[in-house]
Design a protein around this ligand. Structure first.
Ligand code: DGL
Length: 310
């Protein structure tokens, strides 16, 4: 195996949410360098068609492998649900997503074997969490709810410090939230509470920013799981087993966006808890140009196999 210990880890998300995963990676693996791409120009992924999200996974995976990177983290549940198997097939470096680590943490945490999952429409419709949980413990029942408005709440809340604050009075989260959030949250979460869950997976990388507020709504008896920490552990273990951990010394972190770099730098720093440094811009036309015929053929073959198995 080539000595690629000095190469960065590639991380991507539909936008800013994946920075919650980058933050954990930076804490768990301070020596590692990271290259992060937030596809803000095409965010949200949640309501998009699975095929389209798969295409984005291939484009960004190709961009990262060309840097090059030694491992890819898909720090987006929607992209993981749609594209991790395909990405693992196409790229010749390890690809780690956030669904399996979140499912594993939930299975470890639940006592009554009732687990709730909240996520985007794309993630919930994929059934990825139910499949992942069942493969770990077939006795656990998963209750799922798509909570797309939570993504909007986080996106709006992050942009809040530029706007008048009068009616944005709550700060029981890492972002500003309106009091009306609690009614939206109760509507989404009460059915899960009534089902008797004792564990709730935040199946979207935006949601850890609402964690404290969600905890208030579900009450103290429900354990909240964010897959970020478990994902960071997976990355550390994978690199360690492969002898690819970086040598001691602080890693470099570089951030890119397909959207507005100035905005990404301003908002990203708030999520990371430290400055991003100058954020680079990646044009969508560049990403689109990275899918060649051979990759398209691999995608077609993968999908034919998938259809044959279903
Ligand atoms: N970060 C995405 C996820 O974890 C949610 C945001 C989006 O819809 O793009 O699923």
């Amino acid at each position: 195996m080539p000595d690629n210990r000095a190469l960065p880890i590639g991380v991507f998300d539909s936008g800013l949410g994946g920075l919650t995963v980058a933050r954990e990676l930076m804490l768990a693996l301070p020596d590692e360098s990271l290259v992060y791409l937030g596809d803000t120009a095409r965010c949200p992924y949640g309501p998009r068609d699975r095929d389209e999200v798969r295409e984005f996974v291939l484009q960004i995976g190709s961009w990262l492998t060309q840097r090059p990177v030694k491992l890819i983290v898909i720090a987006c549940n929607t992209a993981t649900a749609a594209g991790i198997s395909l990405a693992q097939r196409v790229f010749d470096i390890p690809v780690i997503g956030v669904v399996e680590p979140g499912a594993r943490a939930a299975v470890k945490a639940t006592v009554n074997r009732g687990v709730g999952v909240i996520a985007t429409v794309g993630t919930i419709n994929s059934g990825a969490y139910s499949t992942a949980v069942r493969s770990l413990d077939a006795g656990v029942t998963v209750y799922s709810a798509a909570t797309p408005r939570f993504v909007d709440v986080v996106e709006a809340g992050l942009r809040m410090d530029d706007s008048p604050l009068e009616d944005w009075i709550s700060q029981t989260a890492d972002v500003f939230i309106r009091p009306s959030f609690y009614q939206i949250a109760r509507d989404y979460l009460n059915p899960l509470k009534r089902a008797g869950i004792d564990t709730l997976v935040l199946g979207c990388t935006h949601f850890p920013l609402l964690s404290a507020a969600i905890q208030q709504v579900v009450g103290p008896n429900v354990r909240i799981i964010s897959s970020a920490e478990e994902t960071a552990r997976d990355v550390a273990e994978t690199l360690s087993i492969r002898g690819q951990l970086a040598l001691p010394g602080r890693g470099h972190r570089t951030f890119y966006t397909t959207g507005d770099p100035i905005e990404f730098e301003r908002l990203g720093g708030r999520i990371l808890g430290s400055a991003t440094g100058v954020v680079g811009k990646v044009e969508l036309t560049l990403l689109e140009s990275l899918i060649d015929d051979s990759m398209r053929a691999q995608k077609d073959a993968f999908e034919s196999e998938e259809d044959a198995c279903s």
